[in-house]
Design a protein around this ligand. Structure first.
Ligand code: TTP
Ligand code: MG
Length: 379
């Protein structure tokens, strides 16, 4: 985004506070003020999804093993996450945000960017929108969030982190951003993870100010990516808020050189197709509700058969449904077979957690190994 355009841009970033833990405290007020750790029970394997701010005082953090959390906070209350419940609350939260702009990018169940550049004047300005979101979230959902207003996505996100929890902060110019982050770690800059930080450290750069002092060194070290980092450090962020748009469907098909009636081979192809589609939709961050099998017979007649069920991104579910549909169709020489997925819905982090479905996929993998040695084909 050019400087002039940046000057009028207004982005709001919202992040719910201690989200899973806050929902549990809301629904069971006897948990208020306690060290609450969501993930697994003590002595079980598993990681911390999140914890209340009280538990954070003891050093408990997201992604820490439950074992380590228990070592730091044995007096804590440990609970399993209830993802269905959080997803339902998340939908309510997202609905509030959507009242202020059509340009909402939902990053996770509890976090999102809103581009309010063209709508802010209807509500008295971007700061008013931020306060309205906080007020409505408290009144309607009995939860708190932290909201940042910025002239760019990075500014808005940094602003929302600045006064967490229940915070509000604005960063309205690149100069204000620079003042705020000058002496902070390079990790403050969007996209700079531990590896990049380590690379920058190798040329003596650990703070944002040191990037300003040696932009050429950063670019020599990291190339085009280095250019982006230098720009971001200076407060130039060209990213735009990208509203979530539902892709209509995603599919893949395979035409055979010779028509076939070999059901086992056809199922093998369906499995390879299912695996590829599963990887594709996981990358896109969506689940599929409808699975459609397409078959073209040797006389070029095409048919499709669909089944709609629970949203999934698992190869085993996609394969299982497509194979069951294949079992039910007329048995004639087949020229083409394919699967398409539709009814795509955002995958809101639910797949972070293992499930019985994964165990099923392991079993299928044994079958796959047999197929692989028999047919040896890849898609
Ligand atoms: P965050 O917004 O990172 O954390 P939070 O809302 O619990 O706390 P705060 O924003 O006040 O610092 O993540 C949102 C939810 O996502 C969190 O409540 C639980 C889930 N989550 C995980 O399951 N695993 C993780 O590693 C992280 C970071 C989050
Ligand atoms: Mg949060």
């Amino acid at each position: 985004m050019a400087n002039k355009e940046q000057a009028r841009t207004r982005i709001v970033h919202v992040d719910m506070d201690a989200f899973y833990a806050a929902v549990e405290v809301r629904d069971n007020p006897s948990l208020a003020g306690k060290s609450l750790i969501i993930g697994a029970l003590p002595h079980e394997r598993g990681v911390v999804c999140t914890c209340s701010y009280e538990a954070r005082k003891f050093g408990v953090r997201s992604a820490m093993s439950i074992k380590e959390a228990y070592r730091r906070c044995p007096q804590g209350i440990y609970m399993y996450p209830d993802l269905e419940k959080y997803a339902a609350v998340s939908r309510e939260v997202h609905k509030i945000w959507a009242d202020y702009t059509d340009i909402c990018e939902y990053l996770s169940l509890d976090e999102g960017f809103l581009d309010v550049t063209d709508t802010a004047h209807h509500f008295g300005g971007a700061a008013e929108i931020a306060h309205a979101i906080k007020r409505r979230t408290r009144e309607a959902l009995d939860l708190t969030c932290s909201v940042g207003v910025g002239y760019s996505m990075m500014a808005a996100k940094l602003a929302s982190e600045e006064k967490k929890p229940d915070g509000f902060f604005e960063i309205l110019t690149p100069a204000d951003l620079q003042t705020l982050i000058a002496d902070r770690s390079v990790r403050t800059i969007y996209g700079v993870g531990p590896k990049t930080a380590e690379a920058l450290q190798s040329i003596g750069i650990t703070t944002v100010r040191q990037i300003w002092d040696n932009p050429d060194g950063v670019i020599a070290l990291l190339g085009n990516y280095g250019k982006q980092i230098v720009e971001l450090a200076e407060g130039i962020d060209r990213r735009r808020v990208t509203p979530y748009m539902e892709p209509k469907s995603i599919g893949m098909e395979q035409t055979f050189q010779r028509d076939t009636t070999d059901l086992e081979y056809l199922k093998y192809i369906l499995f390879l197709t299912a695996e590829k589609l599963s990887a594709d939709i996981r990358q896109k961050g969506v689940y599929a509700q409808t699975i459609t099998l397409k078959v073209t017979y040797s006389d070029m007649k095409s048919i499709t058969r669909s089944k709609t069920g629970d949203a999934t991104d698992h190869a085993a579910d996609i394969y299982g449904t497509a194979a069951a549909l294949l079992d039910k169709i007329e048995e004639r020489p087949i020229r083409l077979i394919g699967i398409s997925l539709s009814g795509l819905t955002p995958n809101l982090q639910l797949s972070l957690f293992g499930s019985a479905k994964e165990a099923r996929e392991d079993k299928l993998s044994d079958k796959m190994r047999n197929w692989q040695s028999k047919y040896g084909q890849e898609i």
